[in-house]
Design a protein. Structure first.
Length: 522
């Protein structure tokens, strides 16, 4: 598989595309309006403790308080996937030998909070693990981790972990022996996949940088008041290069001279063997146009996604879950329906896993595959979708196909959904995708006038509507609003309000201009 990183830079935005065999599988954005918060460490203040939901809300200076679940305060079963991706799957190495920790700096004098002792107005150190979504604030944890190129430093944890993607036992032992003697007391570390085969000095330099960062955090804690930022993680571009630029990446293409120079310089310092893979794109045609990425980004915003065999999938996101429907379209290559259904389902499984990664759809996902009648074929489909999900950095659980032909999936959300990043909710339909038809709108106005005439003697009122509705009411051979005026013997002064949705209208008194809509509504 050919994997590439393509970086497109404009005056106010940087887009990073990860491709596999030319297909877009992940997309990152970096701009002043879309700052990256995951990985940042704050000194916060407990705003509320809610035992009923086993959580606390932490004031860190954001518009919404951060959400801290009690499970994210437990020192066991650390989950670093939100920050580290692939390297969160580690094989722990027993490191209980106290003699291995000689000298070094001590960990913070602040103890890790306990769910039973946390109280309102208490200062607390937290790290952001998930970005805000809608009206929900960021999700945070007290399990700190500071990622570097080769290592991840873990305060308050004395165990050493090695990425499961390092398969050579001797290499694991070598890396462990490099880190263990110099790791400060009270600290743990994760050895990242990219550390395999690297020179000892590069790994130790990375460790020293991480320890320096933690020392700076410790110094800030003593001098600042909550809420305050203690540590800002690297930018989106830097984090992608740090976390995803490995042996499996064939090349990195950058269309900005300045950014190309910065990235190459950074890679030469940390991973000099990869520096030759970084290329500058100088053609006049935009990089994402030349590589077909722009078209794939546009397609990722649509509900309907075509498969290569004329089938297609429909992706619908609701408040509770995402529902995906698989359709065969006109595909009928074989006379055997079961074979056709299995083929469509296989293609759909590959496309669904790609779309979930690209759009970063998380939570509960239900896929309605085309019905399969043979248990063996259901098993094959289940194994195929599990195989495709191995490419995904998020944590995923997949259940076998049910008797109704449904497959249930849960996927950890890594970033904000691409649809939310690139679009706003429609002010006309409030996200429903539908608006009231014009005939129903006229009927609703007429019913309001009926109630008004039955309860009021006044014949002069104002009507405010959206500009598009005004055109409809006044166009045509018969002026629709004039017809209503003649029928109910009222004088309606029509006005325009651009802020009104298509489905709403306002009636006001003529002189005082007070809103009387609700007074005569149902």
């Amino acid at each position: 598989m050919k994997k590439e990183i393509l970086i497109n830079s404009t005056s106010n935005e940087v887009r990073i595309a990860i491709t596999e065999d030319g297909k877009l599988v992940e997309l990152f954005y970096e701009s002043p309006d879309l700052g990256r918060n995951v990985g940042d460490i704050y000194l916060g203040k407990v705003a509320r403790v809610m035992g009923g939901i086993r959580a606390a809300f932490i004031n860190i200076g954001f518009p919404q308080d951060a959400f801290l679940h009690f499970s994210d305060m437990d020192s066991s079963d650390n989950d670093y996937a939100s920050i580290l991706g692939d390297d969160s799957e580690v094989e722990e190495v027993d490191d209980d030998d106290e003699q291995a920790h000689q000298g070094g700096i001590k960990s913070s004098t602040r103890e890790r909070p306990n769910p039973t002792s946390i109280a309102r107005n208490q200062d607390i150190i937290i790290q952001i693990t998930k970005e805000p979504v809608g009206n929900k604030g960021v999700r945070v944890t007290t399990k700190f981790s500071i990622p570097g190129r080769y290592l991840v430093l873990i305060p308050y944890n004395r165990r050493i972990g090695v990425s499961k993607k390092i398969y050579n036992f001797r290499e694991k032992r070598r890396l462990k022996h490099i880190i263990r003697p110099v790791l400060p007391e009270g600290f743990g570390a994760i050895v990242r996949t990219v550390a395999a085969g690297q020179d000892e000095n590069l790994i130790l330099d990375d460790l020293n940088k991480l320890i320096s960062i933690w020392n700076e955090i410790q110094s800030k804690i003593k001098t600042i008041k909550a809420p305050a930022l203690l540590y800002k993680d690297v930018s989106t571009t830097s984090s992608v290069m740090r976390d995803l630029f490995r042996d499996d990446i064939q090349k990195v293409i950058v269309d900005s001279k300045k950014l190309h120079k910065q990235i190459k310089s950074s890679v030469e310092d940390t991973s000099p063997e990869y520096a030759d893979k970084i290329e500058y794109y100088s053609d006049s045609k935009p990089l994402f146009d030349a590589t077909g990425i722009e078209k794939q980004i546009e397609d990722s915003l649509t509900k309907k996604v075509w498969l290569k065999n004329s089938g297609y999938i429909i992706i619908e996101t609701t408040e509770a879950m995402t529902v995906i429907d698989v359709n065969s379209g006109k595909y009928a290559k074989s006379k055997d329906q079961e074979i056709n259904s299995l083929k469509i389902n296989f293609d759909a499984a590959r496309e669904i896993t790609r779309q979930l990664r690209l759009r970063d759809i998380g939570g509960i996902i239900v896929v309605d595959f085309i019905d399969l009648y043979e248990d063996e074929n259901k098993r094959k489909l289940f194994e195929e979708i599990r195989k495709e999900f191995r490419k995904d950095r998020a944590k995923i659980t997949v259940l076998p196909m049910s008797d109704f032909g449904l497959m249930q999936i849960t996927r950890q959300r890594i970033r904000q959904n691409i649809l939310h990043r690139m679009s706003d909710q429609c002010p006309m339909c409030s996200g429903s995708g539908r608006v009231q038809n014009k005939m129903s709108y006229i009927t609703e106005i007429e019913r309001w006038l009926q109630r008004y005439k039955g309860a009021s003697n006044s014949t002069f009122i104002r009507l405010r509507v959206n500009p598009l509705i005004k055109n409809y009411l006044t166009s045509g051979i018969i002026n629709k609003i004039l017809r209503l005026c003649l029928r109910y013997r009222v004088l309606v002064k029509l006005e325009v309000d651009e802020k009104l949705p298509l489905s709403e209208f306002k009636f006001l008194s003529l002189k005082e201009k007070t809103d009387i809509t609700d007074e005569y509504a149902l």
